[in-house]
Design a protein around this ligand. Structure first.
Ligand SMILES: [Zn+2]
Length: 197
């Protein structure tokens, strides 16, 4: 069990603000089920945006933790054997990048997207294709967790962070499934972890 400081969306007339609160997270399936429910008075797209920001922050803190080892050891962005991810921007040809370079490109791209008011408006409605864009962001960010889990588990285990990583993987996997932000095959590399009760 561990505690995590997280944030919640507070809706005010015309705009949303984010306020920090303390929540006790425990590693229980039923608690995750509750946590991924969109609160009744919250817009679903606000809730998805909020969780996307959480995923950016949580995945990035694990990436930064393994970055030194990753730079030396990982020639490709992968999640276990046979699951290699190529980097692609728009219609460009997909390219194979070192895992560190893939993650750096990913966080640069996500930061740019999050600052784009056409995608994440403050007062205007969300764009019609909002889910299409966030789905791609969720899928790519989740690969960072899977890479950390599959390629850097020893380092994470030695530092006593494996339970936190496992919790976050389970939380975001359930979240993405519930809101159709991934394909089932995206979760295949960590299926054994997700099947564990
Ligand atoms: Zn790595």
């Amino acid at each position: 069990m561990f505690n995590k400081t997280t944030s919640t969306i507070v809706r005010e007339p015309g705009h949303e603000t984010v306020k920090n609160i303390e929540i006790d997270y425990t590693f229980s399936e039923s608690q995750i089920d509750q946590q991924i429910q969109c609160p009744k008075d919250t817009d679903i797209n606000d809730f998805i945006s909020f969780n996307l920001c959480e995923l950016v922050e949580d995945s990035q803190s694990f990436f930064l933790f393994v970055k030194g080892q990753c730079k030396m050891e990982c020639d490709t962005m992968c999640a276990g054997q046979g699951n290699k991810y190529l980097w692609q921007v728009g219609q460009d040809k997909p390219q194979e990048l070192k895992a560190v370079d893939y993650c750096n490109c990913l966080y640069d791209q996500i930061t740019e997207n999050l600052q784009n008011p056409k995608l994440f408006p403050i007062t205007e409605p969300y764009p019609k294709d909002f889910l299409k864009y966030v789905k791609q962001m969720f899928r790519r960010l989740f690969r960072v967790f899977m890479h950390c889990y599959c390629s850097h588990f020893d380092l994470i285990y030695k530092s006593g962070m494996e339970q936190k990583l496992q919790y976050q993987i389970k939380y975001f996997a359930e979240f993405m499934k519930k809101y159709q932000l991934c394909e089932i095959e995206d979760l295949e590399p960590i299926k054994h972890l997700l099947d564990q009760k």
